[in-house]
Design a protein around this ligand. Structure first.
Ligand SMILES: O=C1C[C@@H](O)[C@H](O)[C@@H](O)C1=O
Ligand code: CO
Length: 300
């Protein structure tokens, strides 16, 4: 076992296992207080932001700090390939300033121009967008600019590769990383999306260790992934069918991933983010399962 450094690596968990922003009917019955109380009970100290979280930053901060939690990141949807730059910039500045007030250092962005991740009837593999040369340039230039805006506040822009978007495969991640400035644009490494896409997560963590500034830990159920491919399912149907689960409950061996992160001096958050139907997978039970697995495999 490889013990990661507790002073460098903090553990968080995303609310998406309790209430799903992409499908709000999943977990509609779970309250904000239940969600954050169970996160703390399971032994996590960080969270991302979900649709049930109070909008007032002071109210949110107080509710979290009562439970020993803090916000580490929140998802940002960019539309650099499809909308005028200023629209994304304005939304980004608002998002950045909110996260700054909440004390978060990371901003996790994903390009949603042409994305099919929220479309129920489009197969996730066959329907994913492919950016044109011109769209790649708009994306890279826009991200470099957003990265500077983040840096103005001492924050870090990380890019979230994602199924059903134009930056899904390793080839696309390579293209984005090579077209963006390493001083301004970093990588949000999400194990679940890499394995879903057919990539080797160990290869990716080795390749981009220097640019990874935020980590999402999710596992993949092999049998469900095969069914998703066989039946040409959409991203949302795949999630509903249980393609994702917590680390330790699926096909990914996280030990070599933790080892590379440790060997390369990773400093930051690792966030368990395992969206599945809370009616089938009790969120507290799965949070505890993830926490135990991380203790055993990462010594954290
Ligand atoms: O980081 C994420 C945010 C979710 O809304 C998304 O759909 C999920 O798959 C993810 O990785
Ligand atoms: Co993620």
């Amino acid at each position: 076992m490889n013990d990661m450094d507790k002073n460098k690596v903090k553990l968080g968990i995303a609310p998406i296992a309790w209430t799903n922003d992409d499908m709000p009917e999943l977990g509609a019955e779970n309250t904000f207080e239940q969600c954050i109380s169970e996160m703390a009970l399971a032994g996590f100290e960080g969270t991302e932001i979900g649709n049930k979280y109070p909008k007032d930053p002071q109210v949110l901060k107080k509710a979290l700090s009562l439970r020993g939690l803090r916000v580490c990141n929140a998802w940002f949807s960019a539309y650099l390939t499809t909308k005028p730059l200023q629209e994304t910039v304005d939304a980004f500045v608002k998002h950045r300033d909110l996260l700054y007030e909440l004390g978060a250092k990371i901003i996790g962005a994903a390009e949603q121009g042409h994305s099919i991740q929220g479309l129920k009837d489009i197969p996730v593999f066959a329907g994913k967008p492919i950016f044109t040369k011109e769209e790649w340039k708009r994306l890279a230039d826009g991200l470099n600019y957003l990265g500077k805006l983040a840096q103005n506040k001492g924050m870090v822009l990380t890019y979230h590769h994602h199924m059903g978007t134009g930056v899904q495969t390793l080839e696309e991640i390579d293209r984005l990383m090579s077209m963006t400035d390493p001083d301004f644009v970093y990588l949000l490494y999400d194990t679940g999306h890499l394995v879903f896409s057919g990539e080797d997560p160990v290869e990716v963590v080795k390749k981009y260790a220097a640019r990874i500034k935020h980590v999402h830990l999710k596992d993949v159920r092999k049998d469900v992934l095969e069914k998703v491919k066989r039946e040409d399912m959409s991203f949302l149907d795949a999630v509903r069918a249980g393609v994702f689960t917590v680390p330790g409950d699926g096909m990914i061996d996280f030990a070599p991933i933790f080892k590379v992160l440790d060997d390369t001096g990773y400093e930051g958050w690792m966030v368990v983010e395992a969206e599945q139907d809370p009616a089938k997978a009790n969120p507290l039970e799965y949070a505890l399962k993830a926490r135990e697995y991380i203790k055993v495999k990462a010594g954290l």
